[in-house]
Design a protein around this ligand. Structure first.
Ligand SMILES: [Zn+2]
Length: 459
């Protein structure tokens, strides 16, 4: 009787990931079923497993699959969309673009956006993703549609619906219910997890935060935007007398599973709050640059004890590109060509360690026996010596510009020699192009001027 299939990925330089990454030139990874069985020198492993099907990395790097801590699948059909009105600051970007787009989404467009984004994750070697979803016109069941796309793609995901009061009390309650339902139904699913999504402090009332705090099951993390722009802090203070971090703390939502996207405009006392609670601060440098909202000083936050990870915030699904961008903008902003090597190399490691708090996988993000076989091969042949000490230099200056050749998640090959084996991005793009015009038409029929807390005409 045949057991689960064993596969060997070789002809590359293996970088094992984890806190103490090993670099194995001429290395290979062997997995059986969903789990990694062995990692080591290729000749020895090939001798030991001569019959294992062979996946060829063609001299590239063999790495653990990436983790993205903050994504928005729903933004996939915004590319090229002209809002038809100026967006002069961050509140206007939300109000005139994103809050109109999310209201225009329906079942079909939520589904196709998720499929496109999940396929993009596969293409960029991201095997675990945290998505933050909003579709106020179709809330109930929306997380199931996204979960279906993720399952079809073959990756793992932690999903949530962003609760907000900006669509009225009913909208807030429906968002809470969608999170609760999904958390309940996925409580024992090892690959698709639920977290509790909240939009941002400045669009949720105390009443809603209390309902989130009261309803959330033990251990369910809260995934929320924090201080992406000064408006979040100012409007929260104006409406409630305290900033977003203090509010989260007051409602008991700040803990080791709190996923705090951005955290740019916080005071030292707030970073200390996050550090004390062991919460995860998520840096999204590409999105921050795109919105002109400033930049998280990763060194400062980490220096105050914060755990800082990395996300793409819907800008792309490429963690390597986000890492390179984080590094270059850090140096550019500091005007210091010697900075960045002290903390930025940790970002992707933090992502993997943070993901272990949500998935029942204590070895997630490492190429080591017993870990889930989330393995990728990047088509970047090292032109110079590569060691643990100069690994980040290779990633930032070279590997980040190379395409991913193979993506394997839980032992299943999703991308082989650039060919997608689960989703078909070309076909999906064709379907999306058919759906986008009607979505954009609905978008243009919607007005802006949504009130938010602390703002004129507040909720
Ligand atoms: Zn976001």
């Amino acid at each position: 009787m045949n057991g689960p299939q064993r596969t060997l990925l070789g002809n590359g330089t293996v970088v094992t990931g984890g806190a103490e990454p090993q670099v194995i030139a001429g290395g290979a990874v062997v997995w059986v079923g969903e789990r990694i069985e062995r990692v080591g020198d290729e000749p020895r492993l090939r001798e030991e497993f001569p019959d294992a099907p062979y996946l060829d990395a063609r001299g590239g790097l063999i790495l653990p699959g990436f983790v993205n801590l903050h994504h928005h699948f729903y933004s996939a059909l915004a590319r090229g969309l002209d809002p038809g009105t100026p967006m002069r600051n961050f509140p206007e970007v939300l109000d005139r673009l994103w809050w109109r787009l999310d209201r225009a989404l329906d079942e079909e467009t939520v589904r196709i956006s998720a499929l496109l984004s999940a396929a993009d994750c596969v293409r960029h070697g991201c095997t675990t993703v945290f998505d933050h979803h909003a579709s106020p016109s179709w809330i109930q069941g929306s997380l199931d549609a996204i979960a279906g796309a993720v399952e079809e793609a073959g990756i793992s995901a932690a999903l949530c619906y962003e609760v907000t009061d900006r669509n009225g009390r009913e909208g807030a309650e429906a968002g809470i219910e969608e999170n609760l339902r999904f958390l309940r139904e996925r409580a024992s699913d090892p690959r698709i997890r639920g977290v509790f999504g909240v939009h941002a402090s400045f669009t949720v009332s105390d009443e809603t935060l209390a309902a989130v705090a009261e309803g959330r099951p033990d251990g369910a993390g809260c995934h929320i935007h924090v201080a992406e722009d000064p408006v979040d802090v100012q409007a929260s203070v104006a409406a409630f007398g305290s900033g977003p971090m203090e509010r989260l703390e007051r409602f008991g939502l700040l803990d080791a599973r709190a996923l705090l996207a951005h955290g740019i405009h916080l005071e030292e006392v707030d970073y200390r709050r996050a550090a004390r609670a062991g919460s995860i601060l998520i840096h999204n440098p590409e999105s921050n640059a795109n919105n002109g909202v400033g930049r998280l000083d990763v060194c400062e936050a980490a220096g105050l004890g914060c755990t800082v990870g990395l996300g793409t915030d819907g800008m792309s699904s490429s963690m390597l590109r986000a890492l390179r961008f984080a590094f270059l903008t850090h140096r550019g902003a500091r005007r210091d060509p010697s900075s960045g090597f002290d903390i930025l190399p940790e970002l992707l490691t933090v992502n993997a360690v943070a993901a272990r708090r949500f998935f029942p996988e204590p070895l997630l993000g490492e190429l080591t026996p017993g870990a889930p076989a989330d393995v990728i091969a990047v088509d970047s042949k090292p032109p110079t010596p590569l060691s643990r000490d100069n690994l980040f230099g290779h990633l930032a200056y070279g590997v980040s510009e190379a395409p991913v050749r193979h993506t394997v998640a839980h032992g299943r090959v999703l991308l082989e020699d650039y060919r997608h084996l689960t989703l078909d991005p070309q076909e999906l793009a064709g379907q999306a192009r058919e759906l986008a015009p009607a979505l954009w038409e609905r978008f243009h029929s919607l007005s802006w001027g949504t009130p938010y807390l602390g703002h004129e005409g507040s909720i």
